[in-house]
Design a protein around this ligand. Structure first.
Ligand SMILES: [Zn+2]
Length: 457
């Protein structure tokens, strides 16, 4: 009899903080090592010491590079972690970009808190620093997709692409002959840049994400709406501002605009890309052509067609440029980034259109704009909102309920247990009912910090 002890250290009963710890007689493995994000009660979990001993972890396996799956790594290192951090090459490249950006924000926030004296701790300490990130990067080790890697006598694993972002995978972990499958975040069947997700053939224990477990993405004519918004922008001599996430969303938007221009559906309107992190992510697309559908010649033509802004001075030049134009700038939910500078100048102009893309979480400026707020607070000052607001719901990097159910349909056996993770309570419950009705499989929704023991004969 072999025992596998599982600790749900994040993304249990919630979406962020993905961290799953598996203790076995041979190795101790962590799957993902994410940070909690969103409302304050959740974020405070980041500051709690781990309930496990970080120095005992032999390896961390990463499903993909997003902050809510990797953002805790430098803290893990600070807590004594000495093992390996394994991901596909593009996942490690994205992780590095995201961790560096995150450290910069933590350092700036701590500095600001100390200057303004609003921190409860004095002096305020950053969650981690760039130096901590450097110390973490030396543990990185890449692994090819679809190749089994034997890591101890009775444990092996492999990564299989799942179409969520560049490099993203689900993980199959064979532990004493039982297959533990961690879905990671599952992508869409139809994506502009990524091939459709592959899916597992077998799973004894399935850990599946449930972000959209209770709903379907709406059918939207993304290209048609974009053509209309761009035509309006040109006719009114205005600005189309698109706040965007730096990873994947930005590249998808660039691609759609490029495609519309190439097909002669939009005129040659200047397009500016203003997102320092987004530019770094673009280079990951360039370095890993096997991981996406965009041929390198197309990629180059697309980038050449747009102006990529790197300095803050050019941000101002772009704002002062009176020609009608499109600007894509971070961040996606208008919580920070360069887009704030554009909005400060252009929110109160009737010819401005702000196009919000994807989920806008409660408490963000993006959500306020969606709800029709008449003024928006940016850096302590209120700006009247006179522009038009539009919203795309469908350009999501996450599978919806139907796509999740289809993804599981290739599993030939009846799993001994399905763990529903990475979802808000309503989606978790909706998904649980749907899985039970569709397949009759045994499900469990673990709570945060729950510990489960699985006995393997
Ligand atoms: Zn993700």
């Amino acid at each position: 009899m072999q025992k596998v002890k599982i600790n749900f250290l994040g993304a249990a009963g919630t979406v962020t903080g993905s961290k799953f710890y598996l203790e076995t007689a041979e190795l101790n493995i962590m799957v993902d090592c994410g940070m909690f994000q969103g409302v304050k009660e959740l974020r405070e979990n980041n500051w709690q010491p781990l309930t496990i001993d970080a120095s005992k972890i032999d390896l961390v396996l990463l499903t993909h590079g997003h902050l809510d799956h990797t953002g805790y790594l430098p803290r893990l290192k600070k807590e004594g972690f000495q093992g390996k951090i394994i991901g596909t090459s593009p996942t490690l490249a994205i992780t590095e970009i995201i961790l560096r950006d995150s450290a910069k924000i933590h350092e700036e926030e701590a500095e600001k808190a100390n200057k303004d004296g609003f921190s409860k701790h004095s002096p305020a300490q950053p969650f981690y620093t760039l130096k901590d990130v450097e110390k973490t990067l030396v543990h990185f080790e890449s692994q090819e997709e679809e190749q089994w890697e034997q890591i101890s006598e009775n444990i092996k694993f492999r990564f299989v692409a799942n179409g969520h972002i560049i490099g993203s995978c689900f993980i199959e972990l064979d532990i004493f002959g039982k297959l533990f499958v961690f879905s990671g975040d599952i992508g869409r069947q139809k994506d502009y840049l990524l091939p459709p997700p592959k899916s597992p053939k077998w799973a004894d224990y399935l850990f599946i994400e449930s972000t959209y477990g209770h709903k379907l993405h709406p059918e939207e004519n993304v290209e048609g709406i974009l053509v209309k918004l761009i035509t309006d922008t040109i006719n009114q001599r205005g600005n189309l501002i698109i706040p965007s996430f730096a990873v994947e969303r930005l590249q998808s938007l660039m691609f759609v605009l490029w495609k519309l221009y190439k097909k002669n559906q939009i005129p040659n309107i200047p397009i500016f890309i203003d997102s320092p992190m987004g530019n770094n992510v673009l280079s990951v697309f360039e370095n890993f052509p096997k991981w996406h559908k965009l041929p390198i010649s197309e990629y180059e033509a697309m980038c050449n067609h747009m102006t990529i802004i790197s300095s803050y001075r050019d941000t101002w030049k772009t704002i002062d440029n009176p020609r009608p134009k499109i600007v894509i700038a971070g961040s996606g939910m208008v919580t920070g980034g360069r887009v704030l500078t554009y909005l400060q100048q252009l929110l109160d102009v009737a010819t401005t259109i702000v196009l919000l893309v994807g989920y806008q979480a409660e408490g963000t400026r993006g959500r306020l704009l969606l709800e029709g707020t008449h003024e928006l607070k940016i850096y302590g000052k209120y700006y009247p909102v006179k522009c038009k607001i539009h919203h795309f719901e469908s350009l999501s990097a996450h599978a919806d309920q139907k796509e999740l159910i289809d993804w599981m349909s290739t599993i030939k056996n009846i799993p001994e247990q399905v763990f529903l993770i990475h979802g808000e309570p309503t989606s978790l419950n909706g998904f649980r009912v749907k899985i039970e009705d569709t397949y009759g499989w045994k499900t469990h929704i673990p709570s945060l910090y729950e510990e489960i023991e699985i006995m393997i004969p």
